[in-house]
Write a protein that binds this ligand. Structure first.
Ligand SMILES: Cc1cc2nc3c(=O)[nH]c(=O)nc-3n(C[C@H](O)[C@H](O)[C@H](O)COP(=O)(O)O)c2cc1C
Length: 167
């Protein structure tokens, strides 16, 4: 049996969503998948992949534009393979405490692509962020790193299980 190939694509403005994508990639590699982790804006063809995970940071209630455009650009191919979506955002523990549904645009995209599942992970906002607004938020106590590696890995292993069962 040939090794299945998985793409983990991400739209990240300041790097924390890229970190989540890397964690997912590591977990899928541990599960034996040939896994690429790539910025969403570099993805123009997903035909080589048996499954795709696409994630984006949330800004003002919207999914990162690069993730959005990646989904749109590759929609036809994505519809024909298993797809999982994730969002990263809340800079508090809310994402750990309850399932946060996708924002409206992402919910619509899920339907269009026939995505299997969506999850919202906690995000990160730290003082080294180059964005002035972000740094002001940190100064006002709205910062921190709320990414939960164990939860991210658990989700990735579920994807691995599901992919292992397909064709
Ligand atoms: C200006 C600004 C707006 C944000 N808006 C949201 C939002 O609407 N919903 C949310 O959950 N998180 C929001 N966040 C938090 C980011 O999604 C979080 O910091 C995320 O980890 C950023 O990902 P990135 O480092 O990959 O760009 C916002 C952060 C900033 C700086």
């Amino acid at each position: 049996m040939t090794t299945k190939r998985v793409l983990v694509a991400y739209g990240s403005k300041h790097g924390s969503t890229a970190g989540i994508a890397d964690e997912i990639g590591r977990a899928l590699r541990d599960d034996g998948f040939d896994t690429d982790v790539r910025p969403a804006d570099t993805v123009t063809d997903v035909r080589d992949y048996d499954g795709v995970v696409l994630g984006g940071a949330l800004y003002a209630g919207h999914w990162n534009g690069e993730a959005r455009r990646c989904a749109r650009r590759n929609a036809e191919q994505l519809r024909h393979r298993p797809v999982w979506l994730f969002s990263s955002g809340p800079v508090d523990s809310s994402a750990e405490q309850r399932d946060i549904p996708p924002v409206r645009g992402v919910a619509r995209r899920m339907k269009q692509l026939g995505a299997r599942e969506h999850v919202t992970f906690g995000g990160a906002l730290t003082a080294d962020n180059p964005d002035l607004v972000a740094r002001a938020m940190v100064r006002h106590g709205k910062g921190g790193d709320f990414r939960d590696p164990a939860r991210i890995r658990a989700w990735a292993h579920r994807i691995g299980d599901a992919l292992g069962e397909t064709g």
